[in-house]
Design a protein around this ligand. Structure first.
Ligand code: HEC
Length: 242
């Protein structure tokens, strides 16, 4: 053992020397890492489609006289479904302010109001309640309580205001532009105005009818065990048979 130790120290063991990294041939892992590194670095040098001379959307350009980098459509371009020429129909606003009339496309008639009631009961009543007093089911479970429509400020609010709230949302209320198309939004506007009139009607508005209307009268409920039997009066049957 003692002899072996001395020979190792002198480097003359006769055993072929063990090849170690960093001395003779370089380590194969090192080669691979160098290749990967070179690829990464060279990859970063690609310059073809990545860096184009282009404008960011709506960026200014002093190349054109109007200083806009985006160009207007050429004359004679035909709009396909996105023209929105009638701004009032799509925004409810005249300039920056809400307008107070129904657009010509949506006349106020029974059909419009019926459509408005149906859409209102689907999309608005869960929060605003069918009556519009703001006591819907959703606020009763903790959502922010909307104010009632039956207050002076909202009775006087122009029609376009309601359209705008549906289109863009209002405070905690999300917008309904994607769920309710513009025409239906106008139907809802008409129906909300009708709701407001109905909840604030005066005797003179209703042509002799009683305000508030008389409470309905109910008959004694049956036991539920048998269907109610209606016995025709004797002279009624005679009239029908004629
Ligand atoms: C998820 C509940 C919810 C639904 C659904 C909802 N609203 Fe609202 N709405 C609110 C809340 C809450 C407010 C009050 C927001 C605030 O003050 O931050 C509000 C406010 C409003 C206002 C403004 C009132 C004011 O004080 O000026 C209008 C108008 C209105 N809603 C109309 C509608 C219409 C029309 C619909 C149906 C298309 C609708 N809302 C659907 C919750 C709702």
């Amino acid at each position: 053992m003692a002899r072996l130790r001395t020979t190792v120290r002198n480097g003359e063991t006769g055993v072929p020397p063990v090849r170690q990294h960093g001395r003779g041939r370089p380590c194969p892992h090192l080669k691979i890492s160098a290749c990967v590194l070179a690829l990464l670095i060279l990859g970063g040098c690609r310059n073809d489609m990545h860096d184009q001379p282009r404008y960011k959307t709506y960026a200014m350009s002093d190349f054109y006289a109007d200083l806009r980098s985006e160009r207007p459509p050429v004359e004679g371009t035909v709009a396909r479904g996105e023209l929105h020429e009638d701004a009032y129909f799509y925004t409810g606003k005249i300039g920056a302010n809400p307008g107070d009339y129904m657009p010509a496309e949506v006349p106020v008639n029974e059909e419009t109001l019926a459509r408005g009631r149906e859409r209102y009961n689907i999309y608005c009543a869960p929060c605003h309640s069918r009556l519009g007093d703001g006591n819907g089911m959703v606020p009763s479970r903790g959502y922010k309580h909307p104010l009632t429509y039956h207050q002076d400020r909202l009775r006087k609010a122009p029609l376009g205001y309601f359209f705008d709230v549906m289109t863009n949302g209002f405070g905690a209320m999300p917008d309904y532009a994607s769920q309710i198309p513009p025409r239906d939004r106008w139907c809802i506007v008409a129906y909300i105005r009708a709701l407001q009139l109905s909840q604030n009607a005066a005797q003179g508005d209703v042509a002799g009818m009683q305000v508030p209307s008389k409470a309905p009268e109910f008959e004694e409920p049956g036991s539920g065990a048998t269907l109610p039997v209606t016995i025709p009066k004797s002279n009624d049957t005679g009239a029908e048979q004629k």
